[in-house]
Design a protein around this ligand. Sequence first.
Ligand code: ZN
Length: 446
Amino acid sequence: MRFLRVMGFLLLAAAVCFGQSPDSLTNSQMPSVITIPPEAQPSPNFNADAATEAYLAQIPATARARSDAYFEGGYWLILWDFLYGAVIAMVILHLRWSAKMRDLAERITRLRFVHDIIYWIEFTLLTTILGFPLAYYEGYVREHQYGLATQSFGPWCGDQFKNLLVNIVLGAIAVPILFAIVRRLQRTWWIWGAIVYCVFFAVTAMLAPVFIFPIFNKITKLDDPKVTTPILSMARANGIPAREVYEIDASRQTTRMSANVSGLGKTMRITLNDNLLRRGSLEEIQSIMGHEMGHYVLNHTYKGTFFFSVMFVIFFALLNWSLRWSLTRWGDRWLVRDIGDSAVVPLVVLLGSIFFFVLTPITNTYTRTEEHEADMYGLNASRQPDGFAQGAIHLGEYRKMSPGPLEEWFFFDHPSGRNRIHDAMTWKAENLKLFEEPPTSGNSDK
Ligand SMILES: [Zn+2]
């Protein structure tokens, strides 16, 4: 009961901390059309710092306040997500719900791998129900408060339900395999388990664009030569075998502008979201596509898979030790028999959340470094520093533009908007000759 009270307190505190509605700030999006300020026009005394400040000065104060509040609230949510999840895991263990779910699975069938699947379904349903208040606040209420969400409650719940089904299916494949390894290879399971987990992770990443993303959104081939011709030309110039550009109807869920490279090998594809197509200038779209191509050419998907594989080997090694340590102390009280017992899952989730919570700045720094590499590649490939500056401002609708250096190191998984504009203006300063010709029609952002 004490745990439930703690959970109630967390909820209340979350409502107090994040509940103030920034009503005065709604409808203060970044300007859709961002012009090149005089300080960023090519001239003999072009100065990257002054050009950066001039771009930032175009952001209305209300839009900046809203984006800062939204992003800083996200820092607290990292903590609340961690604590709330930890409390749920402790409740499930302490009240022996985990042991009861295992017992139920064992009564239904004698097949061991089916136990694991049934347990996984029970566990996923229970944690989804217990986690709903925070998920609802974070994914629905808060997104609406800040004008970033486009879904009404019904369709949002529909997406949550689909997400639940995807989790159940993926877990029903991975969990029995991992437990079979744990039971058969008591001493070395953590090495083999980590390898199998990483292979599973890579295969899922490979298949997701084809099998998982279309469950939530419609993905179509983009058929607008005005947009695709320069993108595909840039792809050819950079040795990228893409013949198509895809469009995703992200506006179903959000007003965020974004693009991504997804998949591995043959399922690799470049996708633009419809918000970017609708609001971004052609120069901006090209600069963002250059960035996405950078991820591809610099093999970020493979490097990222390797990085997270190393993390998972370390995690599984620590998990092996900490599971045994915890079960020696509390296994009897929780009625969890050993590490091969499916009732151990909440403890695995708890230890995993501690591990990745502590490593947040490291995983953020890893991705931010790759994002910075892709930024520089994109500037070289697209030669659109002003388009890139416009994109950085648009992305600033949900990311703080000017954080402190430590704040950026800790919380940012992409370079901050200010640094991205500064990179673009530094690039422009070194390539002024490209811009000295009088702009031809269609090449400016009026
Ligand atoms: Zn990126």
